[in-house]
Design a protein. Structure first.
Length: 317
């Protein structure tokens, strides 16, 4: 029988072991600092949280999930940073991944999240994509994921000076940047989400724009200036907050002008390994309707209780 448990300090060895195994599974190695990893998951009110999947037949956890809250223009969601099932156990006991994903959906339902999303490396096998698309009812998000190369020199970018800006904290690890016009009204917005790389034990940012319609711009504003101001202010925020491990933009596919601008600024297709084109990361999503459906029961093979007919008051004549 499976059981999901939250991370505690006593489970750190299992956390580290499963992260190292996951890195090996992806053809890389754990390049982080175990002390930093322990501190990140052990601090009070941590933004990034972990859960484990246990099974009666195993003495230690067999699966790991790492999640954090994510705010975007579409609302408040639960982002799945990592989901890994130990390879030895995955090959011997069926249903472990389904149970883990069912627990993820339960977390989203319990906390009232609008969606669950995550990314999958393109070089995963077809069974992985079939599981997400068919069994989990996920859809690929209509986003182009771009990231600054790890070789990019963040210190080389000068602050933007054209617009006044304001940054508000809107949730744990989540901020919203506003660019103001000459009247102090919002011209454009950017959602900035802090996230944590368990492989490298570093923090970075996921960025999602909230752009105005072009017909709302004044004669003194243009989209290129807005793109440039957002890009520069995001980098400034990353430097000030220590989230310099990675900067990833989630750009709506229809916004090809923003995509092209960011590419000219040194961003490139987001990959698990930026040197391997086949490791492109593809974003997936499950919406609120499916979170509230019978998806959990189907993933965890739970049989719903039979419907009890209330016959009180019926004429049995």
């Amino acid at each position: 029988m499976f059981k999901a448990v939250e991370y505690t300090a006593g489970l750190f060895d299992s956390l580290l072991s499963l992260i190292k195994e996951q890195a090996h599974h992806h053809g890389t190695t754990f390049g982080g600092n175990p002390v930093k990893l322990r501190d990140e998951f052990g601090k009070a009110g941590a933004h990034t949280k972990a859960f484990f999947i246990e099974h009666d037949s195993a003495p230690t956890p067999v699966g790991l999930g790492v999640v954090h809250e994510l705010h975007t223009p579409e609302g408040r969601g639960l982002y799945l940073e990592d989901l890994y099932i130990s390879e030895t156990f995955r090959n011997s006991v069926r249903g472990t991944g389904s149970y883990a994903f069912g627990h993820l959906i339960q977390l989203a339902r319990d906390d009232g999240y609008d969606y669950v999303n995550w990314m999958v490396a393109e070089d995963n096998d077809e069974h992985t994509f079939k599981f997400y698309l068919k069994k989990c009812q996920a859809v690929e998000e209509d986003l182009t994921m771009l990231s600054l190369s790890k070789k990019f020199d963040l210190a080389s970018v000068a602050p933007q000076t054209k617009y006044a800006t304001a940054i508000d904290k809107i949730g744990p690890g989540n901020f919203r940047l506003s660019l103001k016009d000459a009247n102090g009204d919002e011209l454009a917005g950017v959602y900035m989400n802090e996230n944590y790389s368990t492989f490298r034990t570093i923090s970075g940012l996921r960025i999602e724009p909230d752009l105005p319609q072009s017909d709302k711009l004044s004669a003194n504003d243009n989209m290129q200036d807005i793109y440039d101001a957002m890009h520069r202010r995001v980098i400034e925020f990353a430097r000030d907050s220590g989230n310099t491990g990675h900067i990833v933009w989630a750009v709506p596919k229809e916004d090809t002008k923003l995509e092209q601008f960011l590419i000219t600024q040194g961003l490139q297709t987001y990959r698990l390994d930026e040197n391997l084109p086949e490791t492109r990361l593809i974003p997936f999503r499950i919406g609120r309707d499916d979170i509230d459906s019978d998806l959990i029961d189907r993933l965890q093979n739970k049989t719903p209780p039979p419907v009890q007919q209330n016959i009180a008051g019926l004429n049995q004549g």
